[in-house]
Design a protein around this ligand. Structure first.
Ligand SMILES: Cc1cc2nc3c(=O)[nH]c(=O)nc-3n(C[C@H](O)[C@H](O)[C@H](O)COP(=O)(O)OP(=O)(O)OC[C@H]3O[C@@H](n4cnc5c(N)ncnc54)[C@H](O)[C@@H]3O)c2cc1C
Length: 351
């Protein structure tokens, strides 16, 4: 279809669903949506391999987090990962090394509701005292005033491969992928969202904004003023020493130090000077990776249809933690999208 826009003749491609952003969240929505609807679905992205938060993410997966809602998201996500692994959509071997979450003992009461939720879901975990921790995991330093939650099912994935697998599955199911297309403007006319780039223009009745931190300037096109912020996060990638043992990945709630050792020949660390391990088993030159991530207040994320904008959906804001929720965020988004499609066709039939 060709339309005249502002005096120029420009190609306009029409979709039922357009997803803007091909990081872990957008690609998961694309894969899931392409499976479940017989409609035209497009994924639009520029920079997933270089600019996205996902590309630079440590890819660490665990369940425990600061609130029962996070626990629910991560537990559901865990099940979806297993299902996609079993069905062959995710092609990377799931390296289960466990995870350790260190925190000051004084916080224990704050975590009880989350731990209760994990126990109810029969998700295995243990709270380790320093004495127990030293015995079980002597490679880590354990301070007297802290304890740690150990999750034996904690694991680590390569985020770039995760995204590639999801995009491939969506495109095998008939979805269209527009890579290297920088969206320069978004507008809404007569119930259609128009998505402009230098090469082409798309229109879609439904638009999902899943572009993470880099997409925030485009919200201004629509006059959206949502409580979202960007922050730069970084990690170091360091070669592991030969024959390094498999280790749980860890996060320190007090210092925000973290380390992941499951990915093949390298470790991912908050700092190569980390003192958490008794004997560091990484060596050589550390490569710093950094990216912007998108934060909603309290990092609880924004997910759903934007008030006053029929057909405009958003899924972002789990700053620093979004990778571990991506599949479940996609599941919830697609449930909303397909439900409102049905509601819209019912109301059209009545009209
Ligand atoms: C260093 C680091 C380590 C992390 N470690 C972990 C971890 O171990 N575990 C965990 O759970 N989380 C971790 N996170 C957080 C997690 O990676 C992010 O929350 C998550 O990847 C965000 O995914 P997203 O799909 O929302 O956004 P992104 O991954 O940023 O993807 C958005 C995509 O949309 C594209 N886009 C935006 N605007 C446009 C436009 N106008 N036109 C075209 N394309 C556009 C972007 O370029 C990008 O490709 C880490 C993050 C960082 C940076």
């Amino acid at each position: 279809m060709v339309e005249r826009l502002g005096g120029d003749v420009m190609k306009v491609v029409e979709y039922d669903f357009a997803i803007l952003g091909g990081g872990c969240i957008g690609s998961a929505i694309f894969s899931r949506l392409s499976q479940s609807v017989l409609q035209r679905v497009a994924l639009i992205d520029k920079g997933r391999k270089t600019l996205s938060a996902t590309a630079h993410s440590g890819g660490m997966l665990r369940v425990f987090h600061e609130s029962p809602e996070y626990v629910n998201l991560a537990l559901e996500n865990h099940q979806l990962i297993q299902a996609l692994q079993n069905s062959g959509v995710l092609t990377e071997k799931n390296e289960v090394t466990g995870s350790l979450y260190f925190f000051n003992k004084n916080r224990y009461k704050d975590y009880q509701a989350s731990l209760k939720r994990m126990a109810e879901a029969e998700y295995p975990f243990e709270v380790l005292s320093p004495a127990n921790g030293r015995r079980r995991f002597p490679a880590f330093h354990w301070l007297e005033h802290e304890c740690a939650i150990y999750e034996p099912l904690g694991s680590q994935r390569t985020p770039a491969r995760f995204v590639q697998d999801l995009i491939s599955s969506g495109s095998e199911n008939g979805g269209d992928v527009f890579e290297d297309l920088e969206v320069t403007r978004i507008s809404c006319h007569h119930g259609f969202y128009r998505i402009f780039s230098d090469e082409l223009t798309m229109k879609s009745k439904t638009l999902v904004l899943a572009g993470g931190a880099r997409l925030l300037p485009r919200f201004q096109d629509l006059g959206l003023n949502l409580p979202l912020q960007t922050k730069e996060l970084s990690a170091f990638v360091v070669p592991k020493v030969p024959n390094a043992p498999a280790m749980p990945h860890y996060f320190d709630r007090e210092t925000l130090d973290f380390g992941g050792f499951g990915q093949k020949d390298h470790a991912v660390l908050a700092s190569p000077k980390s003192k958490r391990l008794v004997e560091p088993f990484w060596q050589g030159t550390a490569e710093k990776r950094k990216a912007l991530d998108c934060y909603a207040p309290g990092r609880v994320g924004l997910l759903g249809e934007v008030a006053g904008w029929p057909g405009l959906y958003i899924a972002t804001g789990w700053g620093g933690t979004g990778f571990k929720f991506a599949l479940e965020v996609a599941e919830r988004t697609v449930n909303l999208l397909t439900r409102s499609q049905t509601e819209r066709s019912v109301s059209n039939d009545i009209l």
